[in-house]
Design a binder for this molecule. Structure first.
Ligand SMILES: [Zn+2]
Length: 190
């Protein structure tokens, strides 16, 4: 993997990865992703994006599922998100309505982390901002959205255009510190 250092206009340096097998839509990647997880740490998110949280969209889907969860979502079609599941047997893939997406809910702690669609060998996701460590930096106005009346093909086309290219990793092992993420810390890395 080739690493480069670029200087972003807002005044600090970050390493970006200029290429990779899962390179989203072929734009440079910021090396430090926006991290997040469910409450128990079973499902972790790493959102790679060249946008700051203050710039990313903030959507509130008015569907009954998102309303009941109080979900606020974001995506970056030029970025990439890696969703790591430590205990896949405790991941719920909930479907409803047109049943065209998997709504990933941790079966242990009950947190809704992301919705994912698969198109051939590619996946796309929208993530629940409330699960990200940088949640307080998402300051754009919350935009209510409704997609009622969409056909399944329309829905698929919209998600492929707007959601973030995604990779789901099912590890099948215990997270290092299951309770640390939800209480404000990150599980330590080996
Ligand atoms: Zn959990």
């Amino acid at each position: 993997m080739k690493l480069e250092v670029v200087h972003f206009p807002w005044g600090y340096w970050r390493r970006v990865r200029s290429e990779g097998a899962m390179s989203g839509r072929d734009t440079p990647r910021i090396e430090a992703p926006l991290a997040g997880c469910c409450h128990c740490g079973n499902v972790e998110l790493a959102l790679e994006t060249n946008m700051r949280p203050e710039e990313l969209s903030l959507r509130a889907d008015t569907c009954s599922f998102c309303r009941k969860h109080g979900a606020r979502t974001t995506s970056d079609p030029s970025g990439r998100v890696v969703i790591t599941v430590h205990r896949p047997e405790q991941l719920l893939r909930y479907r409803f309505g047109l049943r065209t997406a998997d709504f990933l809910v941790c079966g242990h702690c009950g947190i809704y982390v992301a919705a994912v669609i698969a198109e051939g060998s590619s996946s796309y996701a929208t993530v629940n901002v409330n699960t990200l460590d940088a949640v307080d930096r998402f300051t754009r106005p919350l935009m209510p959205v409704t997609y009622e009346g969409e056909s399944a093909p329309e829905r698929s086309a919209r998600r492929k255009a707007r959601w973030t290219p995604a990779l789901i990793v099912e590890e099948g092992r215990q997270p290092s510190e299951p309770d640390s993420c939800g209480s404000g810390g990150r599980p330590p890395r080996p």
